[in-house]
Design a binder for this molecule. Structure first.
Ligand code: NAP
Ligand code: GDD
Length: 328
């Protein structure tokens, strides 16, 4: 018998990579999608997964839709990847961010508790929860949280609810505290993809400049395809637990920019980059760097893709995409 999994956020960046991994492990995958006038399946198409997922319609802010889905599909595993995930937008949409990222998780946990308590649950927690916690060094499972955005605050609530349902009701619930992970299907608002798309446009003569905010902040960037393996492994353990997942090295936004221009064969990147205060944040997270020792030791998880390989993969994918659009 195939195992069954429900993946929320199936149309985002991580959803398709996780679905691919689950399908390779012979799962039946249900993907939760919202009701759309014009649905965008391009990330699933990019990974060749259309027609391999069974879509179920619902919304994290609508508890009854979650109850119906769980009762009808009875998944053995739920991966909750759905979120208003853009930190920069979370100040302007703090209520929506809270409803989806915090209350939505409570709805899912309640649904599991009342209707399917054997279901194993993965919560997409984040290094944004650390915020100013130990910014001089690295962050691990013992680092205190000091979130700096409504997004970070909403995720701290969800983190603790996930822990609380484990401790209170004995549910198999896990937090993956993932550091930034990227790919060619990363949303265009996030800085890495904005950079690689911008660099490709400049290279192809489609744009003259790239407007960015804070070039000083440092992130621990890895490849999304590697990180979904950690999500999967967490739900295969004997006991539920929480894990930090990252590469253990970090780079500034400026370094990412420089490297991306170099991949495109452009040495003088400063000629093309303009600092635009509109892209700076009311409160910044200056320095994230994971210490993923627990994930390595317990899950046997390790990053496979280097920083250089990630930047190259993303720039080359954007060049290829834009060239094909230009020709057609
Ligand atoms: P993403 O590309 O923004 O995808 C998020 C998905 O959530 C989208 O498909 C979106 O649906 C869906 N969604 C939003 N609101 C919803 C709602 N009310 N009901 C149902 N679905 C909803 O994010 P990602 O990069 O794949 O990240 C996956 C998860 O990991 C997120 O929870 C994020 O916060 C967390 N995380 C990400 C990173 C990272 O670096 N990528 C690091 C740590 C944690 P639409 O397609 O309809 O918009
Ligand atoms: N988006 C964006 N756009 N960020 C910029 C820009 C710009 O023009 N210029 C500089 N930055 C800086 C931001 O201020 C931040 O310090 C850094 O680039 C990374 O920004 P994002 O790529 O938007 O990601 P994030 O780190 O805020 O959040 C991502 O990673 C989190 C994990 O740490 C998201 O994926 C979150 O959902 C995730 O939880």
């Amino acid at each position: 018998m195939k195992k069954t999994a429900l993946v929320t956020g199936i149309l985002g960046q991580d959803g398709p990579y996780l679905a691919k991994l689950l399908l390779e492990n012979d799962y039946k995958v249900f993907g939760l999608v919202r009701r759309y006038s014009n649905p965008n399946f391009s990330n699933l198409e990019y990974l060749g997964l259309m027609n391999k997922i069974e879509f179920v319609e619902g919304d994290l802010t609508d508890e009854s839709s979650l109850i119906n889905i769980v009762k009808n599909t009875r998944p053995e595993e739920i991966y909750n990847l759905a979120a208003q995930s853009f930190v920069g937008g979370s100040w302007d949409q703090a209520k929506l961010t809270t409803e989806v990222n915090a209350v939505g998780v409570l709805f899912l946990l309640n649904t599991i508790k009342f209707f399917s308590p054997i279901t194993r649950f993965y919560q997409a927690s984040t290094s944004e929860m650390f915020g100013l916690g130990n910014t001089n060094g690295f962050q691990d499972e013992n680092t205190p949280f000091h979130p700096r955005s409504p997004y970070g605050v909403s995720k701290v609530y969800a983190y603790w609810m996930t822990v609380n349902f484990r401790e209170s009701f004995g549910l198999f619930t896990c937090n993956g505290i993932l550091f930034n992970h990227e790919s060619p299907i990363r949303g265009i608002q996030f800085v890495t993809r904005k950079i690689t798309d911008g660099v490709a446009r400049i290279k192809l003569g489609l744009a003259k400049e790239l407007r960015l905010g804070n070039l000083e902040s440092r992130r621990d960037w890895g490849f999304a395809g590697d990180y979904v393996e950690a999500m999967y492994l967490m739900l295969q353990q004997k006991n539920p637990d929480d894990y930090v997942v990252g590469t253990g090295e970090n780079h500034s936004v400026g370094e990412f920019v420089e490297k991306a221009f170099l991949v495109a064969g452009i040495n003088d990147w400063k000629k093309y980059v303009t600092i635009d205060p509109r892209f700076k944040r009311p409160a910044e997270v200056p320095n994230l760097k994971a210490k993923p020792d627990k994930a390595q030791k317990v899950l046997g998880w390790k990053k496979k893709t280097s920083f250089d390989a990630l930047v190259k993969m993303m720039v080359e994918a954007d060049l290829k995409r834009l060239k094909s659009v230009k020709i057609s």
